[in-house]
Ligand binder design. Structure first.
Ligand code: ARG
Length: 555
């Protein structure tokens, strides 16, 4: 079938292990599309498909599923290769792609909130998975450092600045200034006019306003950087919105010249008349007062990314409320540069809710400060560690608490379906059982402790693995799926697949360790089981680190 589109012929782990290790249902759809009998078609494919090196004879099931079962020999070979350090059950892509990932992207003069931390953690994890699989990634923190809010901020700064408060918590003070002027301008034309005037002066390059604006950016970035360094997150680029200012007028002029944007009530607007879902949602690219907006800036940003990195994919990680914006942006860019050849992906996520099911806020309704949240995570983890392990030196307990506490916050953001809302709950995320960071980190420490007991005894690399016990076999087969899971993660931009995989891995390891003596075993069995422990530890550690978590040897 030389014409067939085989890009989505997916072989997946078999949901029912009793039917096989891997399965594909792709032939059923392919047969239907070509008016063939699926079972007969499947039989023809099987006849010509030579996987005897890896698999027992393929079985055709149901309406035309193919079920594959790994040969013991193939399994053993793969494990032996991994034990020799040749691979860790994944392969880097033979055709690396360039991917731009836009994440975190907080706004100057506003404290980062839990939504920004979620974007930061999801985006960073995705970048790491892409990189692990050999792709070139450019991460860009698209900071909101331009826009109409600076008019009010400048009025606040000039009329109400509390220098001492600024020194203590710059973002809180700037937020206070903004709120103050915002409230004062409500219905007060004079204040609004002052804000507009300050904004125009800033846009025209007034030296004093520019200097204040720069200071606001520096102070904000300093505070963002503190959070990033605590989370051990970084970016290749931090090109804020203002980076694109010079290009905005040109973008709109091009859109007008190409007949894409048209005047409507004094503004320049793009209508999507033949677009199913955007028909009712035209996008403004120049407001009636002549100012560009978020959409214009994002068009210029995308153009810059295309010209600078020629990516094959651009990913934006923000909360779900920006879906319409990105649908408009992508549709608009397609019209502006029809041959751009990039894949656009808005990786959106749901809200973080408080126990009451409402958006996560403090009791008085303020947004939660990130720094305080991270402090509390570390403190709670410290209390638990101190209770369980009072004899560890305090310094070590502090370090463990840092890794576990921050890991718990990160893992809570990563482990759910990103599009569902989730309830922020300390006890759930810090629990030692269940799909949590402490559980996985603890599983890793158990493996480390096996090797501590070995002392200087060097590991022998088994040439083959017998895998006589059911638990060994299950663990080994799960290890082999690591790469498949990583590929799924980047395909759908869903790090929770990796979380689930690691959680299952820890579970399989638990039953293996309970049922198969390792240190007490003798001869080849001992060597092979130790190697299984070691490989599990490596996959766990690589997996956790790829998610952006740190690990610890003791807990
Ligand atoms: N600054 C925006 C916010 O806080 C997020 C920006 C996302 N990235 C982008 N290129 N629009 O909501």
């Amino acid at each position: 079938m030389p014409e067939a589109d085989v890009s989505n012929i997916l072989v997946r782990p078999c949901p029912e292990p009793k039917f096989g290790d891997y399965q594909t249902n792709a032939l059923i759809g392919l047969a239907k599309r070509n008016q063939l009998n699926p079972r007969e078609f499947a039989a023809q494919v099987v006849e010509q498909l030579d996987v005897t090196e890896y698999c027992e004879p393929i079985e055709i099931a149901g309406p035309g599923f193919l079920n594959f079962r790994l040969k013991a020999m193939a399994l053993s070979d793969s494990l032996a290769g991994a034990a020799r350090g040749e691979h860790l059950f994944y392969h880097t892509d033979a055709e690396p792609r360039t991917v731009v990932i836009d994440y975190s992207s907080p706004n100057v003069a506003k404290p980062m909130h839990v939504g920004h931390i979620r974007s930061t953690i999801l985006g960073y994890a995705l970048a790491k998975v892409f990189r692990l699989l050999g792709h070139k990634v450019v991460t860009d923190n698209h900071i909101g450092d331009w826009g109409t809010q600076f008019g009010k901020l400048l009025v606040g700064w000039k009329e109400h600045l509390d220098k001492e408060a600024l020194g203590q918590d710059a973002l809180a003070e700037m937020e206070r200034l903004y709120k103050l002027v915002n409230a004062a301008s409500d219905g007060d034309e004079a204040v609004l006019a002052r804000a507009r005037n300050e904004l125009v002066k800033l846009q025209d390059g007034d030296a004093e306003n520019l200097a204040i604006w720069h200071e606001m950016i520096d102070l904000s970035r300093h505070q963002f950087d503190e959070i990033y360094s605590r989370l051990r997150v970084n970016f290749d680029e931090t090109l804020g919105e203002s980076f694109y200012n010079d290009r905005l007028k040109g973008v709109v002029d091009e859109l007008i010249a190409q007949g894409i944007a048209e005047e409507s009530e004094g503004a320049q607007v793009v209508f999507f008349n033949d677009h199913k879902s955007l028909k009712k949602h035209p996008a403004i690219v120049r407001k009636s007062d002549g100012a560009a907006n978020y959409t214009t800036t994002d068009l210029a940003t995308l153009e810059h990314r295309q010209n600078t990195w020629q990516p094959s994919e651009v990913i934006y990680v923000t909360d779900g409320r920006q879906q319409l914006h990105f649908q408009q942006l992508f549709a608009l860019y397609d019209r502006w540069k029809p041959n751009h050849g990039m894949k656009f992906n808005h990786v959106w996520f749901g809200a973080i809710l408080g126990e009451d099911g409402r958006p996560f806020k403090t009791r008085s309704g303020e947004i939660i400060r990130l720094a305080g949240l991270l402090d509390e995570a570390e403190q709670r983890a410290f209390d638990t560690v101190s209770k369980k392990n009072p004899d560890l030196p305090e310094e070590e307990r502090n370090e463990i608490a840092r890794v576990v506490g921050l890991g718990a916050i990160k893992y809570a953001d990563l482990s759910g379906n990103r599009q569902s809302d989730y309830v922020f709950n300390w006890d759930t995320m810090l629990a030692l059982v269940g799909n949590t960071a402490p559980y996985l980190l603890y599983a890793f420490t158990r493996i480390r402790s096996i090797f501590r007991k070995l002392g200087d005894e060097s590991l022998t690399r088994p040439k083959a693995f017998a895998l006589d016990q059911a638990e060994e076999l299950t663990l080994a087969k799960h290890l082999l799926r690591f790469g498949l899971v990583l590929e799924l993660v980047i395909e759908e931009c869903r790090p929770n697949y990796l979380c689930n995989y690691l959680y299952e891995l820890a579970g399989h390891f638990g039953s293996f360790y309970e049922n198969c003596p390792v240190l007490q075993a003798g001869g080849d069995t001992r060597t092979q089981r130790l190697a299984l422990c070691n490989l599990t530890g490596q996959v766990l550690q690589t997996g956790l680190e790829t998610l952006g978590l740190e690990t610890t040897d003791r807990m």
